[in-house]
Design a protein around this ligand. Structure first.
Ligand code: AMP
Length: 304
């Protein structure tokens, strides 16, 4: 008889299996502790019974989604995220539903939320080497998305999770679209991460993700986003003017990269491949992160 293993969270010991099934149901899973609470429901640690594979099960209430007219957005999120396969993009293995709920079967991110991890750092900011390694992972993942005409549009610490080795996992494709998008942006929440073309309601393309990478790089290194103000109209004006101020502790290399990402005109922003070749990134890129980035594996096929 097989002994029942406790539902442990060490996903480095995950069985190497393919989690594929077109007819999932709750019967396929043992449910563990809650991992977090979202706007539309809760996320639980879960184990697929046959394979013992650990996942995160996100449970969304249909009634709440309907109330906020989010069904369309969720459908798009599922359609986009379930087709992406990159080490720094959170996998979505599948979904199922019952009368009242929708369940998303997600890759379990063992180190939780980037936002909380950032806030726990001394002075609420990361070191330059750590930030450069995060930026390289994000640039690689976004290159992969953009090659498939997927724009994320909402890269910020709240939408990033951390895997068991501390690697970045881009999650929450709720605002992502297939490029190009000429739709006007519905503004909600904070303006801090929005590119000038988005705050002005102009059409935009995948280069909005370059802007948000610049904002994220600044927030990682400084502890707050560059145009943060109490009043939204002030933030709005500072974004449109690219009114950028750097604290004294930032290196020339970090400032150079941020300045090259935060360009008002999308066509002036440094492309992702060039970001990966930027001297500040290369100076800090660890062998471990480099060895996991698909772009570097393609560029150096013979490197062990
Ligand atoms: P969300 O509804 O996506 O905002 O998720 C709510 C919270 O659940 C997040 O803030 C995380 O703390 C946690 N969470 C969501 N997805 C995962 C995951 N795939 N792995 C680990 N924790 C997660």
């Amino acid at each position: 008889m097989e002994t029942k293993q406790p539902l442990k969270e060490n996903s480095t010991n995950q069985p190497t299996v393919k989690l594929e099934n077109s007819e999932w149901s709750l019967d396929n899973f043992e449910i563990g502790r809650p991992l977090g609470k979202g706007k539309f429901g809760n996320v639980y640690l879960a184990r697929e019974i046959n394979t013992k594979y650990i996942v995160a099960l996100k449970v969304l209430f249909k009634s709440q989604l309907q109330k906020c007219q989010m069904e369309h957005q969720l459908r798009r999120e599922i359609e986009i995220q379930s087709h992406l396969r990159h080490p720094n993009v959170l996998r979505m293995y599948g979904y199922f539903y019952d009368e009242t709920r929708i369940y998303l079967i997600l890759e379990f991110a063992g180190n939780g939320e980037m936002y909380k991890y950032l806030k726990r750092q001394p002075n609420g900011r990361f070191s330059e080497p750590q930030t450069a390694n995060y930026m390289a992972q994000l640039a690689d993942a976004l290159m992969y998305c953009h090659a498939r005409k997927v724009i994320h549009r909402d890269i910020k610490p709240e939408n990033l999770l951390l895997g068991i080795r501390g690697e970045i996992k881009i999650a929450d494709f709720g605002w992502s679209v297939h490029a190009p998008s000429s739709r006007r942006t519905t503004m909600c929440g904070t303006l801090d991460y929005l590119a000038p073309e988005m705050v002005e309601g102009r059409s935009h393309d995948e280069r909005v993700d370059l802007w948000t990478l610049g904002i994220l790089c600044y927030e990682f290194l400084v502890g707050s986003p560059p145009f943060e103000e109490e009043k939204q109209d002030l933030t709005y004006r500072r974004i449109c003017k690219v009114d950028l101020k750097f604290p004294a502790h930032l290196s020339t290399g970090a400032k150079d990269l941020i300045t090259k990402l935060l360009k008002s005109r999308a066509e002036d922003r440094i492309p992702l491949r060039k970001l990966l070749e930027h001297s500040w990134i290369l100076q800090h890129l660890s062998d471990e992160v480099r060895s996991r980035l698909p772009t570097f594996q393609i560029m150096q096929p013979n490197k062990a």
